[in-house]
Design a protein around this ligand. Structure first.
Ligand SMILES: NC(=O)C1=CN([C@@H]2O[C@H](COP(=O)(O)OP(=O)(O)OC[C@H]3O[C@@H](n4cnc5c(N)ncnc54)[C@H](OP(=O)(O)O)[C@@H]3O)[C@@H](O)[C@H]2O)C=CC1
Ligand SMILES: O=C(O)C1=N[C@H](C(=O)O)C[C@H](O)C1
Length: 262
């Protein structure tokens, strides 16, 4: 049995992950964490009625539950500190929270190596998103002109999405840094052309009704290619989260992307 703690258990993803842990017989939910929670036991929350696990509001106190895996779906400013805390105590982090800088990930990877503790930070746990990024990287060899359109629910805090940033990083490995569009173009409304990553434009759409969607649109002379991924249910992320919880204890490093554990 893998002992798991879920940070951010009241959020959209944290609650889904908590249900996933409770459902799997090889996982044991040893606690949940939210610094501002008022409950003492998970079962006090209606959707978890009958499911007992301690609610922690203090990082140090989580150690009393002796978790082996720390699932984190919180907010960027908390997740970096949470991941550091987990690694310092040889707890394997499985982090879905987005907004980590490359420098923060590098520092955490060094800490994981020092602690010989495996873990994973993945901006997207859905298999279709991993494939969408890999197919897009392949296409960028032949179609270096590309724009990314990511679309999310209107409660999302960060823009562009972690997935869009990772996609742009992967595309840049192939196409390099290359300006696109008319060099003399102007924006009549600031921001009209979106964010700029190595010359690629990233557009962030936020609308009620959406969950998580991304379109990578390539253009060539007289032809175009669009690679699109859609998330219709947050349950889709759970295959990847469960897989990571099973595999991270077998590694001794912190990976950046679900593809490294597939
Ligand atoms: N990797 C992936 O596959 C996916 C990643 N995400 C990412 O996961 C993150 C969470 O998304 P989502 O669930 O939609 O967001 P929510 O806002 O629904 O959930 C975030 C939760 O974190 C809690 N929280 C805030 N501060 C802390 C803290 N210091 N410690 C612990 N918990 C804290 C919040 O509590 P309170 O409301 O009380 O402040 C809230 O319950 C985002 O970064 C998002 O981009 C989302 C989907 C998939
Ligand atoms: O906030 C979300 O919802 C999502 N966030 C992740 C991201 O920023 O890429 C993953 C997925 O897109 C859902």
């Amino acid at each position: 049995m893998t002992k798991i703690l879920v940070a951010g258990f009241k959020g959209r993803m944290g609650a889904t992950a908590t249900h996933m842990v409770l459902k799997n017989t090889d996982f044991e939910l040893v606690g949940v964490y939210d610094p501002v929670a008022k409950e003492k036991d998970l079962a006090e929350i209606a959707e978890f009625a009958g499911q007992h696990a301690p609610v922690f509001t203090d990082l140090e106190a989580t150690l009393t539950a002796a978790p082996e895996v720390w699932i984190d779906f919180t907010v960027p400013k908390a997740a970096v500190a949470n991941t550091q805390f987990a690694l310092e105590h040889k707890i394997s982090p499985v982090v879905g929270t987005t907004g980590f800088t490359a420098a923060a990930i590098k520092k955490l990877q060094e800490l994981a190596a020092k602690q010989t503790t495996g873990g994973l930070i993945a901006p997207n746990f859905s298999l279709s998103a991993v494939l969408m990024m890999q197919f897009s990287k392949q296409a960028a060899k032949y179609f270096p002109d590309v724009e990314i359109i990511e679309m999310h629910h209107d409660n999302k805090l960060d823009a562009p999405s972690g997935t869009a940033i990772k996609t742009a990083e992967m595309l840049a490995e192939v196409r390099g840094d290359k300006p696109q569009g008319n060099p003399n173009e102007t924006e009549s409304l600031p921001g009209a052309r979106g964010a700029n990553y190595a010359g690629m434009r990233i557009h962030s759409v936020r609308l009620p009704g959406l969950i998580a969607h991304q379109q990578v649109q390539f253009g060539g002379v007289g032809e175009g290619l669009t690679i699109r991924q859609d998330t219709y249910d947050r349950e889709s992320f759970m295959t990847g989260v469960a897989l990571a919880c099973r595999k991270v204890r077998q590694t001794k490093q912190l990976y950046d992307g679900l593809e490294y554990l597939l």
